[in-house]
Structure formats: structure tokens, C-alpha cells
Design a protein around this ligand. Sequence first.
Ligand code: FES
Length: 178
Amino acid sequence: MNDTDAQQDLTTQAPAGAPAAGPPEEPPVDMEYVDQVIDRYGGQAHFALQMLLDINNEFNYLPQQALRHLARRVDMAPSNLYSIATFFKAFSLVPRGRHIISICLGTACHVKGQPQNYKRLQSDLAIEDGETTEDMRFSLQSVRCLGACALAPVMVIDDDTHSRLAPDQMLDILDTYE
Ligand code: FES
């Protein structure tokens, strides 16, 4: 399969949760890093999931260019990589912000007032669920239970857990992230 076929395979299906207005433009990709990841796993296709995780962690999403390159180097059909990438919620096929906000809409958080927090966040950031701010600072995603129900309502930004939230705290919390 050549590059053109591969690109078509990876771009003809819109990823779930992509903004209706279309995904942000793909920024330049450090392909040296992608090669380092592939080399780290000996270029073996059965480590594809781990390679995808490393690439996703580095760029906060899976760049098309990196997916095509990975498919070629590990000799996998791009459609197989795409299947993995769309199966796991940890992956994104569209560029995401520097910080990922996961807001819990599970039952415990819901009854403790999370809908108001969520509304406030969407309004402050001027984005909907699954979207990224224009300055690429934040991406917002709703999740079902973060496993910290006793601390409800809960929001996680990157690896930081913010608990027992109130709507008027949201902006102060966001201000601590560049
Ligand atoms: S319902 Fe929100 S952490 Fe469990």
C-alpha cells in the first residue's frame, strides 16, 4: 500500500467526537521522535499499541503523518492501526490542546452539581464536549466516573485531580495551566 492509499485510509472516516466545524490544522510533527519510538520497540508490529500510546502521549494525539510512517515501518495495514486508534478512548485522531480536561458526568458527580460546573467550563472556554480551544490550550472531554466518587464532583486536568468543585472555582483552576 502506498502513502496516498494509506492517507486516504486514515482520513476518510471522521473520528468520533470531532468538532463539527472540522479538526484543528495538524501542527508540524517531530518525526525523529516517532522513529525513536519505533526503534525502541524494535519496529515490531506486535508492539503497535504501545507505540501508539507513546506517540499519543508525546503529541497529545496521533498525527496522520506519524500513523502513516508507523504503518510503513512496522509493515501493518494503516486500517489496522486506525482500528486500534479508534477503539481506545485514550487516543485522539485530531490535534488536542496542551491540557486535557476530563470532567466526570457519572452519577455521583451529577448529583453533586457537576452539570453546573460543566456548563460553566463550556461557557468560559467557548467550546463544547470533544473540542479544543482556538489557542490549543485546552481540550474538553466528558467521562463516566473517574473512580473518585467520594470526592465528587471531580475533574481531572492532565494528571491532576480537582475535587469537590464549585462553578466559581473553575476559572481559578484553569488559570493555573499555561
Ligand atoms: S461519578 Fe464522578 S468520580 Fe465517580
